[in-house]
Each structure stands twice: as structure tokens, then as C-alpha cells.
Design a protein around this ligand. Sequence first.
Ligand SMILES: Nc1ncnc2c1ncn2[C@@H]1O[C@H](COP(=O)(O)OP(=O)(O)OP(=O)(O)O)[C@@H](O)[C@H]1O
Ligand SMILES: [Mg+2]
Length: 141
Amino acid sequence: MKEVFVTNNPEETLKIGKILGEKAREGDLIAIYGDLGTGKTTLSKGIALGLGISEDITSPTFSLMEIYKGQKTFYHFDLYRIESENELNNLFFEEYWEKDGVSVIEWPERASSRLPKNRIEVFIEYINDFQRRITIEYPYN
Ligand SMILES: Nc1ncnc2c1ncn2[C@@H]1O[C@H](COP(=O)(O)OP(=O)(O)OP(=O)(O)O)[C@@H](O)[C@H]1O
Ligand SMILES: [Mg+2]
């Protein structure tokens, strides 16, 4: 299934994330693709809200991964700074999405072939300074 939205401000992107978070099931992996500054972290914040996480999430750029506890556990990855296959091995992140939580990955292209096939893919495209096109592809009909 595929859904396409156009958001007119960050709040609308947050809201789409919140709905995604509310619908997410344990074990889900959401890969968020998009250029620098398009709104991947904004969408992730919305997902966290939808998962019932009250903590303010920040971009985990320097830590590669942050764990938040809500009604469900939220594993937030940002692979922007991954530089080698070895670093990816050390992060050993596969074990997380097999657990009882929801994983979100910013810059999933850095992990390319390591991602499971049954993931939800989100593409965020810049339209102008205020608008983004958000395409969500579910691995089922
Ligand atoms: N419709 C919109 N949806 C989301 N963000 C928007 C929108 N319009 C403007 N923005 C702005 O775009 C920026 C998005 O920042 P954000 O950190 O979410 O992006 P990112 O994709 O995570 O960046 P990075 O690649 O650095 O991780 C914010 O400054 C936000 O205010
Ligand atoms: Mg980000």
C-alpha cells in the first residue's frame, strides 16, 4: 500500500508521524529517506508522540542510536555518520527490530542491504521552504 501526503509546515509532518506511531506494531521498522534537513527527525518526533513517548527526542547523530521507553519501546537510529561496514557491525542493530519495539532509521541507505525486506519506507521530498511531499510505502496491500 502506498500513501502520499503534502505537508505545509513542520506541525503537519509531526502529525503524520504521530499517526504512523499510533498504527505501528511491535517489531515494525520504519526507514525514513530524504535529503539533509527535509524533516526526517521531525517525522520521527511525531512517531515517538504516537508511541506515547513524552520525552523530547533529539537527533541521535552522534550516538547513532537512542532508546526511549513509552507504551512501546522506540529505537531511533541516525546512520548519517556511519563510515564503514565495521561500524555498522559494531552497532549490531539487527537485534533491535526483532524485539518488542518500533525502530525508526534516518539515513537507512547507509545500511543498504542490511535492512529487512518487510519494512515501512517513507520518502520525504523538499517542495519549497514550507512544503514536503511524504510518500509512505507499506510492505503489504
Ligand atoms: N513541511 C515541513 N515538514 C517538516 N519540516 C519542515 C517543513 N517545512 C519546513 N520544515 C523545516 O525543515 C527542517 C527539518 O529538520 P529535520 O531535523 O526534521 O530534518 P532531517 O531530515 O532530520 O535533517 P538531517 O538530515 O540533518 O537529519 C526544520 O527546520 C523544519 O522547521
Ligand atoms: Mg535528522
